[in-house]
Design a protein around this ligand. Structure first.
Ligand code: GAF
Length: 354
């Protein structure tokens, strides 16, 4: 499919093509830039990409979702255009010594727009991995994820953590990636076969570069300055309580970071021991913390989560960067269809993703 698309655009076959999944985070939100633990899993949906190198410092990018082929130069600065993610990734691959001197690229995605399912990480990781594989360079998936984060932080200008890039580079459907975002040590945990992790879009579109994500990272910087450490999620009770005089909302943001990290550790253990009821309760508690302490939810998402729980999910919560996007709910297989129909009937703007 993607190879055909590439041929139609560029009149020759690609030298490499690949698929990179999107991700959904099961628990552990806004802790990945604060030294905490996260638990994302890969989706079946994602980004397909085909590429062939050029030697003239030009980049040509065609996509199904956008009509024209974008014409960029390899060393272009970011222009706030969708093609920045690809140009930035190629530019960094080149600067690191393994990328080509330009490229033709076709890209298609079946991830919904503005959903918080890491389509941008799937693109940057996909481009960097394709460049690595073309050059047969000896670079690990973790190193690719670190480079992809640099594209977001330094080229695009979004101060995101490392979760999304690690998730799409390493996780596979059916397994959750239990990731220590400080050391980048990880292990893969099987998801229960008796339950689904359902992903539903609230209908509220959000973008990470629209400002509110950055404000949360700045609030966490204030906690870091007060605590004298970057890994604020790892604070003990005494260290956390010593911050009681921080002004509102900074203290509440700190409370979210410390307890969301601990919830994620407990949820990972619950998954490993098959305690799905406990896992669900931790998801519900995570949503309350995101809603009240981190204030990263919106009313449409809160209503969707409340009904997801009321209609029989074991647990449900907002997932991803927040301020709209998707919820994730843990639902028994046998109840999934009835649950979904009831939920979508009650929320006409919401739709089923995965
Ligand atoms: C976005 C960011 F890109 C991640 O790094 C992470 O902070 C997440 O929001 C919230 O957990 O997806």
């Amino acid at each position: 499919m993607i190879d055909e698309k590439f041929k139609a655009l560029f009149n020759h076959a690609p030298e490499i093509s690949s698929f990179t999944p999107g991700r959904v985070n099961l628990i552990g939100e806004h802790v990945d830039y604060n030294g905490g633990r996260v638990l994302p899993t890969a989706l079946e949906l994602g980004v397909s990409l085909a590429m062939s190198p050029r030697s003239d410092w030009q980049v040509r990018i065609g996509s199904e979702s956008f009509e024209d082929v974008a014409k960029r130069e390899l060393l272009d600065e970011a222009t706030d255009h969708w093609s920045d993610y690809i140009t930035g990734a190629l530019q960094l691959a080149h600067a690191e010594g393994f990328g080509p001197n330009g490229a033709n690229i076709a890209v298609t995605s079946n991830l919904p727009f503005g959903a918080g399912l890491s389509s941008s990480a799937a693109i940057t990781v996909g481009v960097l991995s394709a460049a690595r594989d073309l050059a047969e360079a000896n670079i690990t998936d973790t190193e690719i994820a670190i480079l992809a984060r640099r594209v977001e932080n330094d080229y695009i200008g979004v101060p995101c953590g490392i979760m999304d890039q690690m998730a799409v580079a390493i996780a596979r459907p059916g397994q959750a990636l239990s990731l220590d975002t400080e050391s980048l040590a990880f292990d893969l945990v099987d998801l229960p076969k008796t339950h689904h992790m359902a992903v539903i879009h609230s209908g509220v579109v959000r973008k990470l570069n629209e400002g509110r994500y950055k404000i949360r990272t700045e609030e966490c910087d204030a906690i870091k300055a007060a605590a004298g450490r970057d890994d604020i999620c790892q604070m003990t009770n005494a260290e956390f309580e010593a911050l009681i005089d921080l002004p509102d909302p900074i203290f509440r943001r700190a409370r979210h970071c410390v307890f969301e990290h601990r919830r994620t550790l407990l949820a990972t253990e619950a998954l490993k021991t098959g305690d799905i009821a406990e896992f669900g309760e931790l998801m519900n508690a995570s949503h309350i913390s995101m809603r009240d302490d981190f204030e990263m939810s919106v009313p449409a998402v809160d209503a969707l989560v409340a009904d997801a729980q009321a209609f029989g999910a074991i647990g449900a919560r907002l997932t991803g960067g927040g301020f709209g996007g998707c919820i994730v709910a843990c639902v028994e297989n046998t109840r999934l269809e009835a649950w979904r129909d009831q939920l979508l009937a009650a929320h006409p703007d919401a739709y089923w993703v995965a």
